[in-house]
Design a protein around this ligand. Structure first.
Ligand SMILES: *C/C=C(C)/C=C/C=C(C)/C=C/C1=C(C)CCCC1(C)C
Length: 264
């Protein structure tokens, strides 16, 4: 009891230290421009930064409440929102100072958080049954192909169309694995109802919640319009998508973990 209380206090302390340090260095990097009340995108970056910080504290603290085999899933959910929160602090500053899309920060964030989100499929199944390492590796390969191709396309290193096609193939490979591949079979055959429900909601997020990003890419790079013209809409939409795809995704896992831990 005392031990878990102590570690909670330590975690809150670490979070506070982080939130104090990060904005300062970010502001120094961009000359600390001020957020204007009519800057919709800037305000959305701010609000979602705070939601991500709160979600991080929540997921980390809730690891105390669930059974041992669920702690890793909740810790990973907290890492996703923590990494995203720090990127959001910086993205907000880039936006406020330049009114331009912070593409590089978005992709660094995705490169860290999307593989962690993929690991969650493996972790929630591993908490309840035996899963082969192949599931983990196939999801990881699909993720890396999708993101690296997307970045090369946005950076202009390769053509926007070829990059889009390769990236889409990576995404479809992930969707195949979780709807028709080994992961889906393991869930359907061996997972208890609460975990199956989480698995089904998570894979729906991978299809519908994630679809927002390729749509943004199409609007920004393939329709011939200037990406700068659509940047307000694009950033608001990406930001809202991240609430569902990072915080919502974590909440689904938390609900399954609590329900499985409270059993018997
Ligand atoms: C938390 C951040 C998430 C879940 C980001 C997900 C990003 C994608 C699913 C991006 C996918 C893309 C394609 C499928 C094709 C065009 C290029 C991308 C990278 C935007």
């Amino acid at each position: 009891m005392i031990k878990s209380l102590k570690s909670s206090v330590a975690k809150i302390g670490a979070l506070l230290a982080l939130s104090l340090l990060t904005p300062t260095s970010a502001m120094a990097a961009t000359g600390s421009a001020n957020l204007k009340p009519n800057d919709l995108v800037g305000v959305s970056f701010w609000v979602i930064s705070m939601a991500l910080v709160a979600a991080t504290a929540f997921f980390f603290l809730e690891t105390q409440r669930v059974k041992a085999k669920w702690k890793t899933s909740l810790t990973v959910s907290g890492l996703v929102t923590l990494v995203a929160a720090v990127h959001y602090f910086y993205m907000r500053d880039v936006w406020v100072a330049t009114q331009d899309t912070p593409t590089v920060f978005r992709y660094i964030d995705w490169l860290i958080t999307v593989p962690l989100l993929m690991v969650e499929f493996f972790l929630i199944l591993s908490a309840v049954t035996k899963v082969s390492g192949g599931v983990f590796w196939r999801l990881m390969i699909g993720t890396l192909v999708m993101l690296i191709a997307g970045y090369l396309g946005e950076a202009g290193t390769v053509g926007a169309w070829p990059a889009f096609i390769v990236s889409m193939a990576g995404w479809f490979y992930i969707i195949y694995e979780i709807y028709a591949g080994e992961a889906s079979k393991v869930s359907a055959e061996s997972a208890p109802p609460a975990v199956q429900k989480a698995f089904n909601l998570m894979r729906a997020i991978v299809v519908f919640g994630w679809a927002i990003y390729p749509i943004g890419y199409v609007l920004g790079y393939l329709t011939g319009s200037n990406p700068k013209d659509s940047s307000v809409m694009l950033n608001v939409v990406y930001n809202l998508a991240d609430v569902v795809n990072k915080i919502g995704f974590g909440v689904i896992i938390w609900a399954a973990a609590v329900s499985e831990s409270d059993k018997n």
